[in-house]
Design a binder for this molecule. Structure first.
Ligand code: HEC
Length: 109
């Protein structure tokens, strides 16, 4: 499952390369990727966005909340515990998990 704008940028890069015009194929997706991945989070200065960015931007960019539905965010946040333990990080604190899910759902797609 890949619904983030960042991932979408990667697949379009692959698709363009199939066309064989490599130089041109790189230029467009890179511009797209940086625009898609550095867009500020909604309500970026609020407490929800700050906890989210701090906890969920460790291993990858903090994805835009609008990329997933509330139900998908429930699943993704739970899934990330496995990645945390693989990296030797403790599970997300309950309070942080609550704040993050509230934030993601409030701005979900
Ligand atoms: C310890 C590292 C780590 C942390 C911390 C982490 N993630 Fe991830 N995340 C990953 C890895 C590795 C992947 C790619 C593999 C995968 O999808 O399981 C990923 C993928 C994702 C994806 C993409 C799934 C897809 O199908 O494209 C989402 C969404 C996501 N993480 C959300 C979160 C959220 C929300 C948090 C905070 C609660 C978080 N991540 C914190 C490691 C982490």
């Amino acid at each position: 499952m890949s619904t983030s704008a960042c991932h979408a940028g990667r697949s379009s890069r692959r698709a363009l390369r199939v066309g064989g015009r490599r130089a041109a194929a790189w230029a467009i997706p890179i511009a797209f990727l940086s625009a898609a991945c550095t867009r500020p989070l909604p309500d970026a200065d609020g407490p929800g966005a700050r906890v989210y960015a701090a906890q969920c931007g460790i291993c990858h960019v903090a994805y835009q909340p609008g990329l997933m539905t509330p139900a998908m965010w429930e699943i993704q946040v739970a899934r990330m515990d496995e990645h945390r333990s693989r990296r030797g990080l403790p599970p997300l604190a309950d309070a942080d998990r609550r704040v993050i899910l509230e934030y993601l759902k409030a701005h979900a797609g």
